[in-house]
Ligand binder design. Structure first.
Ligand code: GLP
Length: 251
């Protein structure tokens, strides 16, 4: 594991965008695992700028999103489908048929989950997975639990997550209570992972993910076992870390 501590959200976004951009340059038909939430918004903006400047190209890129709310229409402004289109896909030249987001409206969620896993496998697996982190240490929508859920599956959202995500909805009652999410094994099979975190409300989760016990109670802790993972954290999110020591230990 490598931890890069930066000063602020802008630096975190730029660093992350450069890593994703490098991946697309090194392998133009890369399979990218993408995340939603407020954290990666700056990274998407930076990537759009690089695309507009002609530095990167998404013509052959394939993407798989981590998760989607259950039973929310695609055109609902809070759906992750809507988020990805408005914040990223509509501004770059990725082919619509190459973008994949779990269908939270599928009649048969079990089949949808199995199909999603198969599609990822058929595409050759994830080359680079981008992650955010929940305040409770969730990755994707893998909530703290007694065991790690391996594959894409239906999740019941934590009260904390519902409360946190209610900031995007008019009322807390409007937040879906379920979602469909890639599993921990799906994420861990990605060849490279970058996890972004910004803000003091993420400091405990980041500390536990790096130094804590590896436990499904804090899903991000499993990343300690991944052979190629980089955390990019800003000052506030890294406030519980000994940054100098980390830089010496991991670089
Ligand atoms: C959401 C998403 C996660 C995301 C996390 C943090 O619920 N399912 O993929 O990483 O919560 O969100 P934010 O970046 O808005 O803090």
């Amino acid at each position: 594991m490598r931890v890069i501590c930066v000063d602020n959200y802008e630096q975190m976004s730029q660093k992350a965008a450069r890593m994703v951009a490098s991946q697309t340059i090194l392998k133009p038909d890369s399979v990218l695992g993408l995340a939603t939430g407020s954290t990666p918004l700056g990274m998407y903006k930076e990537l759009i700028k690089s695309y507009e400047a002609g530095h990167i190209d998404f013509e052959e890129i394939i993407s798989f999103n981590l998760d989607e709310y259950y039973d929310l229409d695609k055109d609902n402004e809070q759906s992750y489908d809507y988020y990805m289109k408005t914040n990223f896909f509509n501004h770059i030249n990725i082919k619509n048929e190459n973008t994949n987001i779990p269908n939270g409206k599928a009649d048969d969620i079990l089949k949808e989950a199995m199909d999603y896993e198969r599609k990822i496998r058929d595409a050759g697996g994830l080359d680079l997975q981008v992650l955010g982190i929940g305040r409770n240490g969730h990755i994707g929508f893998n909530e703290p639990d007694l065991k790690f859920e391996a594959s894409t599956h239906m999740v019941r959202l934590d009260e904390q997550t519902i409360k946190d995500n209610s900031r995007f909805f008019d009322n807390v009652e409007d937040v879906p209570t379920k979602a469909i999410s890639m599993g921990v094994k799906t994420i861990m099979h990605a060849k490279k992972i970058i996890l972004l975190a910004s803000g003091k409300e993420k400091a405990d989760a980041i500390y536990e993910a790096i130094y804590g016990k590896i436990t499904p109670n804090l899903p991000a802790s499993v990343l300690q076992l991944h052979p190629d993972v980089v955390f990019i954290v800003d000052k506030e999110a890294s406030s519980r870390l000994d940054v100098d020591k980390i830089n010496k230990e991991f670089l």
